[in-house]
Design a protein around this ligand. Structure first.
Ligand SMILES: C[S@@+](CC[C@H](N)C(=O)[O-])C[C@H]1O[C@@H](n2cnc3c(N)ncnc32)[C@H](O)[C@@H]1O
Length: 259
């Protein structure tokens, strides 16, 4: 007689199936290999700065800025954590927003690259920069209306502390956009690295591969968020290559009525 799955599967069979599924899932998972936190090497900073101006990364960064602005910011203070050579700050500064921008990075070499670019664009009065650690931000509680953080989480030696610091310096009504690479499975890693890394070469290719191995999966990102003090945020996946955390700006009721 034919067995029907729904009526005849025993608890033991279901448990066996689940444990096999979990074994396969964990077997497919690539081991996360952390990379060094700060990109303080001059050669790395120069290679990275040269690459962000290339079409491919430029488009990705434009998308990031668009997503950040869509979270609702019109005026106030914006903080870019791990700002690197400052290309995201520059893109935000030329948008029609009434905002003051601050960028921090642990790398003096990166801050120097950013200072040079901001100076060439004559935007020194709109953007301030400093060398500091995202795990111990030199800002008062509830200071920022928008916090952005691109491609930094996988570098951090203590990502939960980083998320908690973001939560502390953000206004309760503030918006947040964190984005990072997504670590592929063992099975898809070679194809993923080849396809998404096809625009890079030399040192930048090596930096990209190291970052890919150090990045998180969607599940791991959800766990980090759940263990942090951030609230009201969503975890998202962007295509096959990126994941992130976002939170919309919450307008005060009186202001909402006026709009
Ligand atoms: C891959 S780069 C990303 C730069 C930039 N956000 C972008 O979108 O191109 C990572 C940056 O994060 C910085 N970083 C890593 N850990 C940091 C920390 N704890 N505090 C501040 N900056 C950090 C590194 O020095 C590096 O400049």
């Amino acid at each position: 007689m034919k067995k029907t799955f729904s009526s005849k599967v025993t608890k033991k069979e279901a448990e066996l199936f689940l444990s096999k599924f979990l074994t396969i899932k964990s077997w497919l998972k690539t081991k996360r290999i952390p990379e060094s936190e700060v990109m303080d090497n001059q050669e790395e900073a120069v290679a990275y700065t040269a690459t962000v101006t290339k079409d491919y990364l430029n488009k990705i960064d434009e998308g990031f800025v668009k997503q950040a602005i869509n979270l609702g910011i019109q005026h106030g203070r914006i903080l870019d954590i791990g700002c690197g050579p400052g290309q995201i700050l520059l893109k935000l500064a030329v948008r029609k927003l009434d905002v003051q921008l601050t960028g921090i990075d642990l790398s003096w070499a990166m801050i120097q690259e950013a200072l040079e670019k901001i100076s060439i664009a004559s935007l020194n009065s709109r953007i301030s920069l400093q060398v500091s650690d995202a795990k111990c931000l030199p800002f008062a509680n509830k200071s920022f209306d928008l916090v952005v953080c691109n491609s930094v989480l996988h570098h951090s030696s203590n990502p939960i502390r980083l998320l908690n610091e973001i939560s502390r310096v953000m206004k309760p009504t503030g918006a947040l956009l964190i984005r990072d690479l997504k670590r592929p499975t063992k099975f898809s890693f070679p194809f993923h690295a080849w396809w998404f890394g096809r625009h890079y070469s030399g040192l930048m290719k090596q930096l990209y591969l190291d970052s890919l191995r150090a990045s998180y999966t969607l599940g791991e990102l959800k766990d980090l968020l759940n263990h942090s003090s951030l609230s009201g945020c969503n975890v998202f996946q962007l295509g096959w290559s990126h994941i992130g955390i976002e939170k919309n700006q919450r307008l005060k009721k009186s202001l909402k009525r006026k709009l």
